[in-house]
Design a protein around this ligand. Structure first.
Ligand SMILES: [Zn+2]
Length: 125
């Protein structure tokens, strides 16, 4: 008589162990994924704002003053196309009465990325 175990499939305890392991892995991986996604969005937005700032600076050095964002977009301007925030925000470049320029993303989580450019001085022009 053979004592070999001929049982097929998995027991309930084995299945529960697998489900538990998958749940623990998901509990660790999902927050990491979401955090990485948010960081990537933030960094892309920061790079977009830096590109807008560079285009504004170049425009101010050529023309003497900062301009609205629309005036920076075009083949002969600083930006080939309008930057798009990966979080869906819209960029604005606001020129204050003092000549300073503030570049802003409308995404609430990106408010800390606002960049203020000082008014160009006569020496820079
Ligand atoms: Zn943004």
């Amino acid at each position: 008589m053979s004592t070999r175990n001929t049982r097929r499939g998995f027991s309930l305890v084995e299945l529960l162990a697998v489900v538990l392991i998958l749940a623990v892995l998901a509990a660790v991986a999902v927050p990491l994924y979401l955090n990485t996604q948010a960081n990537a969005s933030l960094r892309t937005c920061k790079a977009n704002i830096a590109a807008i700032a560079a285009a504004e600076t170049a425009k101010a050095l050529r023309g003497g003053a900062y301009v609205a964002l629309d005036a920076l977009v075009g083949a002969s301007e600083g930006l080939a196309e309008a930057p798009v925030c990966p979080s869906g925000g819209a960029y604005t470049a606001t020129v204050a009465g003092t000549g300073a320029c503030t570049i802003h993303c409308s995404t609430v989580a990106h408010a800390a990325l606002d960049k203020v450019l000082a008014a160009p001085t006569p020496e820079e022009l």
